[in-house]
Design a binder for this molecule. Structure first.
Ligand code: BGC
Length: 342
């Protein structure tokens, strides 16, 4: 008997070295790959995943994909070699998710995608593929409604800065190809038009979700033609770009004593810095992108899948739509309710 136990221990130790299924540390770890660490919103999601793991049944091994799909593919390969029982992936390129799904399916490892939605046809490749995110359309609608109400109230009293009867707007978009960039842009303007606002686009340009790029892109736009005189509103697909836009506007004399030099700037996320800007009156509003519930849902779902269970009302506190999607709502944030947000 004693000998047998010794032998088992030796086999276990060997298999742990080889990283095969005898590795109990691997069995209780969820592999998490984030598209890049240097992203304000995803840092919020990542921190929540880490926090959920502290109280949860599974540990997490979180890695930075450094905004390179090739790096992420290698990290996912490593997770699969380690035989982690489930993965959570925030893809670098959402159109590359199909390849990742194939890898996971071959290894029979369930996978939860987060924040960057794989194409519908890829989601259908296997039944152990899930997505946790927010409906991008909703955030665009929130921005559109917020600005339609603002325009209604202010257009006759200086809001229409050049008096042409049109809402002259600038749009800073997120990374090209990201569903949030495409749909936020589309739905913000669609909603304004549906609310009866006549709009005129002065400029639309990507600033890749990035604050510094947002600033330099807006600087260039404000210096072109009569844009600085005409602009009535700046839309940004996220708060970081909105904050960059605010810096550029400040440098061009906006938000000072001259009341004719005010434009509302709206973002998405409600990051810490975004909320501060709403409080100090430079950012008009934002759509709260709930990093806490997205992180929590991703972790809890991955843990359920790791156990070999299927999420349902008895084991999962979030609703699963169409058998594979978990949608977390956005919420309008302005000066009125910013203090009530966590
Ligand atoms: C957020 C952005 C973030 C992006 C990353 C979006 O949902 O609003 O702030 O940069 O996700 O994929």
């Amino acid at each position: 008997m004693k000998r047998m136990i010794g032998l088992t221990a030796a086999v276990c130790a060997l298999s742990m070295l080889a990283g095969c299924s005898g590795d109990t540390a691997s069995e209780s770890t969820i592999g998490v790959a984030i598209y890049k660490y240097d992203d304000s919103f995803m840092t919020g999601v990542r921190n929540q995943i880490q926090k959920s793991a502290v109280d949860g049944e599974y540990k997490v091994d979180i890695v930075d994909s450094e905004n390179k799909q090739t790096v992420q593919n290698d990290k996912v390969d490593l997770f699969l070699t380690k035989k982690y029982p489930a993965l959570a992936i925030n893809p670098v390129d959402r159109t590359a998710a199909g390849t990742l799904i194939d890898k996971c399916k071959n290894a029979n490892t369930p996978v939860v995608f987060v924040n960057r939605e794989p194409l519908a046809e890829d989601m259908k490749k296997w039944d152990k593929v899930y997505y946790v995110g927010a409906k991008a359309e909703q955030s665009g609608e929130i921005q559109g409604k917020m600005i339609a109400a603002w325009w209604e109230k202010n257009k006759a009293s200086g809001g229409d800065r050049n008096g042409n009867g049109l809402l002259d707007y600038v749009m800073l978009t997120g990374e090209i190809g990201h569903q949030d960039a495409t749909l936020r842009t589309e739905y913000a303007i669609k909603t304004l038009t549906q609310e009866g606002v006549r709009v005129s686009k002065l400029a639309e340009q990507t600033a890749n979700w990035n604050r510094n790029e947002g600033q330099s892109v807006l600087e260039t736009i404000l210096n072109a033609g009569t844009n600085a005189k005409d602009v009535d509103v700046v839309f940004a697909n996220n708060d970081d770009m909105a904050l960059g836009a605010i810096e550029a506007l400040k440098a061009a004399g906006f938000f000072g004593d001259d009341k004719s030099k005010y434009v509302p700037v709206v973002g998405v996320d409600a990051t810490g810095a975004g909320k501060e800007a709403i409080k100090n009156g430079t950012m008009y509003g934002t759509a709260y992108n709930d990093a806490i519930n997205q992180g929590k849902a991703a972790y809890e779902l991955a843990a359920i899948l790791a156990k070999g269970e299927t999420p349902g009302a008895d084991n999962f506190e979030y609703q699963v739509t169409d058998g594979r999607y978990v949608w977390i709502d956005y919420k309008e944030v302005t000066r009125e309710n910013v203090d009530s947000l966590q």
